[in-house]
Design a protein around this ligand. Structure first.
Ligand SMILES: Cc1cc2nc3c(=O)[nH]c(=O)nc-3n(C[C@H](O)[C@H](O)[C@H](O)COP(=O)(O)OP(=O)(O)OC[C@H]3O[C@@H](n4cnc5c(N)ncnc54)[C@H](O)[C@@H]3O)c2cc1C
Length: 412
């Protein structure tokens, strides 16, 4: 039985199909009753599932075509960011950001608003300049930035069709160094939160929420050197994993050694193959203006959830215009939770966390575990109804709909 990466969801689809060409995919989608795209299976829920056929994008080609003049790359949707990044770097090109894990597919990542960290850096989806999508009728359509449907079509939750190719913005290659610090007390971290997240191109703060404060600060600096003094936090003298006791072989080079962007921006190395994950994840994207209140609320709640937590991570993401993006219309701070893999226990603590964060405007990460359903989600997105209208227009028979879309968008 096919399961997601974390092993907490067994896909209920009747079959998994592996089209080898766009033509084969068009026939398959055009003649299907129910069908959904499957990427690298890193989502933590039934998001990708269907009662019909799952369509894996893994054999649909590995195109990576750079257009140097337009500074874009056209990439097959099933290619992982890690593979894409290596090829781009070899050719002297770069992406603005990477998620913590490079193994995730391009189309699957952008469909859920996946992001890295950086005050001035948008999500992976924000770099999308165009999409090639096989729609419900089996026709291939191209949607480009600036066109009326574009802002609704990137973070699509797989509801608009199967993305065959993605056009991504590029920039010339650059170098990054990664420096870690340990132990920043909460009062200092909260007082200097905005300064802290602006000390480097990409900043991640790791905490267990119950002990004194931020346990590790990961600074990924693109220009210049990190500050000599980080409000008294101790510079790390050895390589650290964000999970106590975990194998440091898995993490990207630290210790201030400069290297290529794609070998520092992800937390984990591409050559380290993550086994089936013994974890679940949740994340809430809260407006930056509410960050301090969110921290206070999560600290107050921590005794109720800390026993399930492997680690918490705080990151920042710049605003974009994509309708279902966690960062739609505002800069956000992401409060991420890596949980132990205990599904009932984790889902039992999520409602209290959501009661604390959703009223602040916190939006759950679409690819991770959350409890909220349509009534709670709709007010968080100004263009929620527009997305629903778009989904109904491009997929009137509901070919791409599933339980997740029924539960979270009342699309059934
Ligand atoms: C270890 C780990 C680390 C992670 N790190 C981060 C992180 O740093 N930042 C972050 O924001 N998230 C992170 N995530 C979450 C992850 O990025 C999302 O769950 C993402 O959607 C996974 O992509 P996938 O290709 O595995 O998608 P899948 O799980 O296969 O599918 C997810 C959704 O994408 C759709 N989809 C996939 N391919 C296509 C396609 N070709 N066309 C249309 N729709 C498609 C599916 O239908 C489904 O709706 C992490 C997850 C794991 C397991």
């Amino acid at each position: 039985m096919l399961q997601n990466w974390a092993g907490n969801h067994t896909y209920g689809a009747s079959r998994v199909r592996h089209p080898r060409s766009v033509e084969e995919l068009r026939d398959l989608v055009g003649s299907a009753t129910r069908v959904r795209a499957l990427g690298t299976r890193h989502a933590f829920t039934d998001l990708a599932d269907t009662t019909g056929d799952l369509v894996s994008t893994q054999e649909l080609g590995q195109d990576i075509e750079v257009d140097a003049e337009r500074r874009v790359v056209r990439v097959s949707g099933g290619v992982s960011y890690g593979v894409l990044a290596e090829q781009l770097a070899r050719g002297g090109w770069a992406l603005a950001t990477m998620a913590s894990l490079p193994h995730i597919s391009v189309a699957g990542a952008i469909a859920t608003g996946t992001h890295g960290s950086g005050d001035a850096t948008g999500s992976l989806a924000a770099a999308v300049a165009g999409l090639e999508i096989v729609g419900a009728d089996g026709a291939l359509r191209v949607v480009s930035r600036g066109e009326p449907d574009f802002d609704g079509s990137v973070v699509s939750l797989g509801a608009l069709g199967v993305v065959t190719h993605v056009i991504l913005d590029l920039e010339p290659t650059y170098e990054v160094r990664q420096d870690l610090y340990a132990d920043l007390p909460w009062d200092v971290a909260v007082e200097h939160l905005d300064e802290l997240t602006s000390t480097a191109y990409s900043v991640s703060l790791f905490t267990d929420w119950v002990s004194g404060g931020i346990k590790q600060v990961w600074l990924k600096s693109r220009d210049g050197v990190p500050p000599a003094d980080l409000w008294g936090a101790a510079p790390a003298v050895e390589t650290l994993h964000m999970l106590a006791g975990a194998d440091v072989e898995a993490v990207t080079q630290q210790g201030g050694i400069t290297g290529a962007w794609h070998e520092r921006l992800p937390h984990f190395r591409l050559e380290f193959t993550p086994s089936r994950g013994e974890e679940l994840q949740s994340e809430y994207l809260v407006p930056r203006t509410e960050a301090r209140v969110a921290v206070e609320r999560l600290r107050a709640l921590a005794p109720s959830y800390a026993h399930l937590l492997q680690v918490g991570e705080i990151r920042t993401i710049a605003a974009d215009r994509l309708w279902l993006s966690g960062a739609y219309d505002r800069d956000v701070v992401g409060f991420h939770f890596t949980w132990v893999r205990d599904v009932p226990a984790v889902y039992a603590v999520l409602p209290a966390i959501e009661e604390a964060l959703l009223p602040l405007g916190g939006r759950p990460h679409w690819g991770k575990c959350f409890a909220a359903e349509t009534a709670a989600l709709a007010p968080l997105y100004k263009r929620f109804e527009d997305f629903r209208d778009l989904a109904v227009r491009v997929d009137p028979q509901g070919k791409f709909r599933n339980d997740f879309l029924a539960r979270c968008l009342e699309l059934d």
